[in-house]
Every structure is written in structure tokens, then in C-alpha cells.
Design a protein around this ligand. Structure first.
Ligand code: SF4
Length: 294
């Protein structure tokens, strides 16, 4: 079900420092997510989203953003997509991301987008414009190199091969791009073959960085949904999870050590960073001001 709603605010401050993506602000233009990944943490009860498959469209989001940006003192990086994927299919119709990027470009704020969709390429012109003024980065979440497996665990998202291809286009266009290689599902995708292919494909498709984690998080709400799905999709795997992790929040792959070692070996071989280069507008602005004084 799609519902149009009016939001009260759109831009949230991010707890500092954000060592992952260097975000100062974050925003969610939609509520709920059409990609329907079986492991999604946004289904956790603590977020109080009744039905995650129902999509709420914040139709006034771009107006709220246009009102908020001129009043921000620091042009910090704005993140798209923490609770949902900003480029889910409905974005083709509502174009909230595109219109938000237009406002951001006008006010010269840097951006970081995290997505599983090649629809982001539609906005390459705006990303290039933002990148020329400050900085634009796009991280693709890719958890398996196998399109067939991706179709099972991320049923509403474009295949991994389409995400890799989109990353190559962005990287060739000079946009800082890489892979958030998480979650890697224990007993499903935590094998050396997957690590090898993910690293090779990342290298071939211009990844500047890969952020890995061999495991996933589960808690009330997300755990029940995940177990229901894996019970249907992967014979006997639910029982392994119950035995291995119980009620644990962080569920690390029992093979983590071996997988990290292989990841590190290939990452160094291919010259890919294991973290993002954080863009710090505060430092850039201070430096420019000092230079002007001199
Ligand atoms: S794309 Fe992200 S937010 Fe959307 S369902 Fe998948 S994990 Fe959840």
C-alpha cells in the first residue's frame, strides 16, 4: 500500500563523529522499503513501523529541505537512506531523491547515498554537479555476487550485477563509489567463493572502498521475519541460527576469521581501501577562511 503523508521535519543530525560515512545530517524521504530484504534491521520493533511493506511518501520532504538548508551553519555531508533505500522503485514516480539533490546542489552541500539500485544513475548529472562543488559519494550494498541468491534474500532490489555495473559508471564519472559488503549472512553467503567474487567484481567495477562485515544483526521484529523467510528458502538453516546465536543481537559468522583474512589479502592485492575517505567540510571552510585572511 502506498500512502502520501506530510512530515514535520526531514533533516536529522547524525551523532558525531560518524566514522563510517562522515555524515553530519541524514534524511529519509520515504517510510518503509520496497526492496524487502529478508534481513532488514528497519523491521525491528524499536522503530515502531507497523507494516514495513507499506510505503509512506513524504510529499513535502523537498520543501522542508529547501527551508532547512539555508539555515545550517555548516555545510556537512547529507546522507540519504538509513531506514530505507532512497532509490526504491517508487522513486521513479515521485522523484523525491532527484528533487532533493537539486536543492542540495543549489545550496552546495556534499552528499552520501547508500543504495541497492542502479536507478541512482538517473541522477548522475546532479551528482556530478555536487561533486564539482564539494563532494558526492555513492555506496552500493552488495551482500552476494550471486544474482540468484540476491533475488531470494533481497527480492525487491535490482540484481547484484546491476549494482556493480552502476558503480562502474559512477566511478568512471569521478564519483567516489564503493561497496558496503554487509550483511554477509551466516550459513548462507559466508563462504570464500562469495568473498573472492565480491572482491574481484568490486575491483573490476571501480570500487574505491569496501566496508565489510561477516554477520548480521537480529532483534525483536527483524528476527521473527528473517526466521520465517529462511525457513522457507534454506532448508535447516533456521535451526543453525537458533543453535548458534540464540537471542543475540550481533550474529557474527563462525567463519569470520578466515573470511576477514581472505578479504584483507584480496583487498590489498587490488588496492581497495577498507574505509571511506571522509570529506570534512568544516576543515575545508576553515582553511579557505584562513587563506583569505593571509
Ligand atoms: S534496501 Fe535496505 S532498507 Fe530496504 S529492505 Fe533492504 S536492507 Fe531494508
Amino acid at each position: 500500500m502506498i500512502t502520501e503523508i506530510h512530515a514535520k521535519t526531514i533533516l536529522n543530525s547524525v551523532k558525531q563523529p560518524d566514522d563510517w560515512f562522515g555524515l553530519k545530517y541524514n534524511m529519509n524521504l520515504y517510510r518503509g522499503c520496497q526492496h524487502q530484504c529478508i534481513y532488514c534491521d528497519s523491521r525491528s520493533a524499536c522503530y515502531h513501523i507497523e507494516n514495513f511493506a507499506d510505503i509512506h511518501v513524504k510529499t513535502n520532504a523537498v520543501d522542508l529541505l529547501a527551508d532547512a538548508l539555508p539555515r545550517k551553519r555548516i555545510r556537512g555531508t547529507i546522507g540519504f537512506g538509513s531506514m530505507n533505500d532512497p532509490y526504491m522503485p517508487i522513486e521513479r514516480k515521485y522523484r523525491l531523491c532527484r528533487r532533493a539533490l537539486e536543492v542540495i546542489a543549489e545550496h552546495k552541500f556534499p552528499v552520501h547515498i547508500i543504495t541497492k539500485s542502479d536507478l541512482v544513475l538517473r541522477d548522475l548529472d546532479l551528482l556530478k554537479r555536487i561533486n564539482a562543488d564539494s563532494y558526492a559519494a555513492v555506496s552500493f550494498t552488495i551482500t552476494t555476487a550471486d544474482d540468484e541468491l540476491a533475488r531470494k534474500i533481497e527480492p525487491g532490489a535490482p540484481p547484484s550485477s546491476a549494482r556493480f555495473a552502476a558503480m562502474k559508471t559512477l566511478s568512471d564519472a569521478g564519483i567516489h563509489s564503493g561497496v558496503t559488503m554487509m550483511p554477509i549472512l551466516p550459513f548462507i553467503a559466508d563462504n570464500l567463493e562469495n568473498v573472492d567474487t565480491l572482491l574481484e567484481q568490486s575491483h573490476l567495477h571501480g570500487a574505491n572502498y569496501i566496508l565489510p562485515w561477516f554477520g548480521l544483526t537480529l532483534r525483536t521484529g527483524s528476527r521473527e521475519y528473517f526466521y520465517e523467510k529462511i525457513d522457507k528458502l534454506f532448508l535447516g538453516v533456521k535451526e543453525k541460527y537458533i543453535w548458534q546465536f540464540g537471542e543475540r543481537y550481533e550474529c557474527n559468522s563462525p567463519k569470520s576469521k578466515v573470511l576477514y583474512a581472505r578479504f584483507e589479502e584480496l583487498r590489498q592485492q587490488f588496492g581497495i581501501a577498507d574505509r571511506m575517505t571522509i570529506f570534512a567540510p568544516e576543515k575545508v571552510e576553515k582553511k579557505t577562511a584562513q587563506m583569505k585572511l593571509l
